[in-house]
Design a protein around this ligand. Structure first.
Ligand code: DGY
Length: 436
């Protein structure tokens, strides 16, 4: 597995950044890039810095960190730059095409973790830190300024691709409410289902809605106020806000190291953890749920995103106990199931092979592992690590995995193989014992 992980990161390196996988995802993705840097740190440390610098080349003048940087053109992906139409947007960078939405904010905790890897021994580390800190800060400031219209401390996502958990059943009700009777057909434009089993990917009906939103953003000229007024998809996502909280903590630590005034971040942080624990916590069900800001109600579907407040380190003893119970009951009906399905097994929408509707993902497990450790649940943490490394060893470095007990003849590695963050986080697990 170790050798395969090194070879995968080398194969997916494009001279300055890493593609998540060569055919399915031929550009640089935002949160992928953060997790990938954690693996590069143990393999080719200087590349970890290049990876992050390349990502931030795509940052917009308003602070937005795009979810895709299209460093080169490729016929293998839809939707490409022609659909996003960001070239005419004043805030978008010159000389690099990007998408116009973002992804969960990981870079502050990624950079903080790099402090304890060989990357921090590089001569340019101090310069890198001073250069990247204000950029990450600008991204967080963008989120609090433009994505929190009521000053709640919870930022909204405007597209399911911003959640990272693309076709989670949590978004079904939001998408059901969108009228697509006059929307364009896009099924024939898709490229993903040419390289990966369509049963493992979102449906054509899903894609029609995803692109309807992108077309709306382009029509709004990526003006946040216009999008907030018009977009049918405005969600306070529990994973996104939990990672923001975790990243705020890291940003405060990095800022103090640099002698910066961190009071602005401390104020954001206090508001965000209080809001996650009131608006997104359901005491009756003992679980965290995302909130549909447009429709004005909680989305009561149990997904692995509901465990991410553990990673943020913001749960009290009652919450920790309730989450631990869900993890070993509704997410794993018995010991033969592997943790952690992206959607609870007892949800009607659970699908063991379809992308974020049930399969296990390595990045979520990695964050869950660290969350359980810091929450005083070391045995559960050990189970999550054991399950993940067993998949990677037995099946290979797949994008996601079938959580069901093994059956002869059924493969458990799903999506695309040679997947970069699966390789990178395996390396972090193998080399880096320190809890985050
Ligand atoms: C995809 O194309 O499936 C990506 O996850 C979108 O960002």
């Amino acid at each position: 597995m170790h050798e395969a992980a090194l070879a995968t990161l080398d194969r997916n390196w494009r001279g300055g950044y890493t593609v998540p996988s060569p055919r399915l995802y031929p550009f640089q993705w935002n949160w992928d890039s953060g997790f990938i840097a954690l693996g590069l740190a143990w393999h080719r440390p200087e590349r970890a810095l290049q990876e992050i610098r390349s990502m931030f080349r795509g940052q917009w003048a308003n602070g937005l960190l795009p979810h895709i940087n299209f460093h080169e053109s490729s016929p293998d992906y839809f939707p490409g730059p022609a659909v996003w139409q960001t070239a005419a947007v004043a805030a978008a960078p010159r000389g690099l095409a990007t998408s116009g939405i973002t992804q969960p904010p990981v870079f502050a905790f990624v950079v903080e973790r790099l402090l304890t890897t060989p990357v921090a021994q590089l001569p340019e580390w101090a310069n890198f830190l001073a250069e990247i800190y204000p950029k990450i800060l600008a991204f967080h400031r963008y989120l609090y300024t433009h994505r929190d219209p009521h000053g709640e401390g919870l930022v909204y996502i405007q597209h399911n691709w911003e959640s990272g958990t693309d076709n989670s059943p949590a978004w079904d009700s939001v998408f059901d409410a969108i009228d697509v009777s006059r929307a364009r057909e896009v099924a024939h434009l898709r490229r993903d289902t040419r390289s990966v089993d369509a049963a493992h990917r979102p449906t054509d009906e899903n894609y029609r809605r995803y692109i309807t939103l992108v077309d709306l953003f382009a029509r709004c000229g990526y003006d946040d106020a216009a999008i907030a007024r018009e977009s049918p998809f405005l969600v306070q996502d529990v994973l996104f806000n939990s990672l923001l909280a975790r990243s705020n903590l890291s940003l405060i630590a990095l800022g103090r190291r640099l002698g910066a005034d961190t009071r602005e971040i401390e104020t954001w942080h206090a508001r965000t953890i209080a809001a996650i624990n009131t608006k997104l916590w359901d005491p009756a069900r003992g679980f965290y749920f995302s909130y549909d800001l447009r429709a004005g109600h909680s989305i009561p579907i149990k997904t692995s995103s509901g465990f991410m407040p553990l990673f943020a380190g913001i749960c009290d003893a009652t919450q920790r106990a309730a989450l631990a119970r869900h993890l070993v009951t509704s997410f794993a009906p018995d010991e033969r199931w592997r943790l952690c399905p992206s959607t609870a097994v007892d949800e009607p929408a659970f699908d063991p092979v379809k992308y974020w509707r049930g399969p296990v993902w390595v990045n979520v497990n990695w964050m869950l592992y660290h969350g359980l450790l810091r929450s005083g649940l070391p045995e559960l943490a050990a189970r999550v690590k054991r399950d993940t490394l067993a998949y990677l060893r037995e099946e290979g470095l797949w994008e996601y995995f079938d959580p069901r007990p093994p059956t002869a003849g059924r493969t458990r590695g799903l999506g695309t193989d040679g997947f970069s963050w699966s390789a990178a986080l395996a390396l972090d697990w193998l080399h880096h014992e320190t809890p985050l």
